[in-house]
Design a protein around this ligand. Sequence first.
Ligand code: PMP
Length: 350
Amino acid sequence: MMLLRSNIASMQGYVPGYQPEDISSWIKLNTNENPYPPSPKVREAILAEMGDDGASLRTYPSASSQRLREAASELYGFDPSWIIMANGSDELLNNLIRACASEGDEVGYVHPSYSYYATLSEIQGAKVRTFGLTEDFRIAGFPDRYQGRVFFLTTPNAPLGFSFPLSYVEEIARSCQGLLVIDEAYADFADTNALELVRKYENVVVTRTFSKSYALAGMRLGLAIARPEIVAALDKIRDHYNLDRLAQASCIASLGDQEYFRQSCARIRETREWFSAGLRSIGFSLIPSQTNFVFASPPDRNGRRVYDALYSRKILVRHFSDPILAHGLRISIGTRQEMELTLAALAEIA
Ligand code: PMP
């Protein structure tokens, strides 16, 4: 008896970065988490939400997350009707496909970029079209009028770490006849972002995550900024209580502590620049990064060998077996001390 839809039965599913059981004995640089804790205000807000006996958890959270939209509205300068909050930006990517692409419709993205787009497209039964990158980091062969229902543009790019210039993103927005989803998961570590394009083009959505720059990967929080019609559609599709009470409290507290946020991002950027220079000095080649990770290749361009050697020293980074990425490693930026140890290990290995 065939119980499953055929595309679900045959699909592989997304495989997240490896999570060791005992994280404390590893230097964990494989999933672009923030090495610093979230703002101390987050812990206070969670405790306050729980109260003495946790009784608040008895009742459902706000279904609209309206206070979060208002806090984000103040920060980004968009009306709350242009903002939606989600259980991680993954939820938004999922619901944007569901809202815009029917079975058999085309969904496009750049390869390499975030491989979850492929999984989501497969679940939806959409037809996938991928575009490679040119030597100078433009999209190879992108049509003047792209007819796909959804195009995902990851900028800064993951796993390579570069940003597309804003003028180029704007060209892509004009070319796209369907929705352009600008996935800005790493934009808080970059020099530019594309938020202004949301105001200018009705087909543009920007997604952000709290998992990296706000150090809240464990809370699952993301947001999207888009025209109210798109936000309203996403509101219809999402789980009605998509954010739990503790996530909502964390979100408001972290958005409210911009001073801590700025310092945390600045520290990571500083460490990134120090680590990048160190890698170059031991013969690695790397792409200048606008994110909280670097993509770097050892002199022998054997990423797997270096991955294994780091692994045996309990340093966990990310290696992709895809032939266009196998020569390098994606290394998240940890604390200065973690990166000093990693650089010293790499100098021995390479
Ligand atoms: N987009 C990109 C490019 C990412 O790297 C990630 C994190 N792996 C996400 C989206 C999803 O982030 P979140 O934790 O908010 O679901």
